[in-house]
Write a protein that binds this ligand. Sequence first.
Ligand code: NAP
Length: 402
Amino acid sequence: MNGRPIRLTVLGATGSIGRSTLSLVDLHRERFELVALVAGSDAAALAELARRYRPQLAVLADSSRLAELRERLAGTGVATGAGETAVREAAAAPADRVVAAIVGAAGLLPTLEAVRQGTVVALANKECLVCAGQAFVEEARRHGSRILPVDSEHSAIFQCLLAGRRDDLERIVLTASGGPFRSWDLARMARATPEQALAHPRWKMGAKITVDSATLVNKGLEIIEAHHLFGLPEERIEVLVHPQSVVHGLAVFCDGSLLAQLAEPDMRAPLSFALSFPDSRLPSGVGPLDLARIGRLDFEEPDPRRFPGLAHAREALRRGGAAAAVLNAANEVAVRAFLERRIGFLDIARLIGRLLAHPLADAPLSSIEDALAVDREARLVAEAELRHLDAASSTREPPSPC
Ligand SMILES: NC(=O)c1ccc[n+]([C@@H]2O[C@H](COP(=O)([O-])OP(=O)(O)OC[C@H]3O[C@@H](n4cnc5c(N)ncnc54)[C@H](OP(=O)(O)O)[C@@H]3O)[C@@H](O)[C@H]2O)c1
């Protein structure tokens, strides 16, 4: 570090990761200078953050909320913008680090803008890598952009790999909490409500990733993410359920040694690493683990029968081409439909399975444009398939009266 503040942009500033990032800025005000804060449509929340952190720029994706944002920020000197182009321009504004924390495939183009500036990108938005994997990584290489993982598991693996030779690495292990339905039987899972799926036992996160954690699709997305981040084939990426969620990832070396990274389940820890690496670690406000209090660490194999989303992700990764982008789009459509009580919990993995059986999943994919086209098409197919599920599903909870 040269003593100058780190110019920081936060994409998805109003979300769970965005707010955790800003809480690190609170701890180290002198270390950061905010360039841009970007959100989707919550003008009130973005304006409140902009008033507090005074970035140069506050931008919403939803242009219908621009007038409200402007009004709320009048007299602050913070420039405002809205719409897709404004979001991309904000992502491309000169910065030293960009935290990419927009949820879903909507984060792909803004994150890519940051990558194309050669900026260091602290990547929370795993869907970028799932949708556009190889093309995204090649863009980063071409523009000299370093991608630092924010996902706790990938941050753990990244840190473990700093302690061992890459040639000696046999495989990696991503841990999963198992989510709220870890010990539920299938009949009970079929009746699970959005409220139950959103009650994660360990992590506080946005709604989409919380449902992904309940289906274990999140871990499937993370297998694909790990493949692209660490260049490992699917069969060398293992998943273990670890309900205490304090061991985030392990690297297994050829001499039988396992290196693990442990920390409280609090995203400020991996975020602070991604904001500071390769300089000295930043205190994150997360205290060290009290291992005596935790007492024991349990590990178990995930159950493929109750959590088929994991096998779907492995299949998509092995098949290559458009399969992972199709899986991601199907999952996003299905999670939204589940949260809107249009389908049951088990229908999420069912819809993904149907989409993977669609010819679109066999399409080649060699560019970001291909990935975006596949994403659009897969969402249309998924919406159409939802109607079949609507007809077939009899295990759903009745719609909520509100
Ligand atoms: N939360 C975690 O602990 C965690 C851990 C690891 C990885 N991740 C990953 O990090 C990403 C964000 O997760 P999250 O839990 O922070 O989600 P979240 O709480 O739902 O926040 C999503 C953020 O994205 C913004 N957004 C939504 N659509 C947008 C668009 N079209 N353009 C610009 N901004 C948009 C939202 O703005 P509005 O508020 O205006 O809607 C909000 O700021 C996801 O990819 C997730 O998988 C999260």
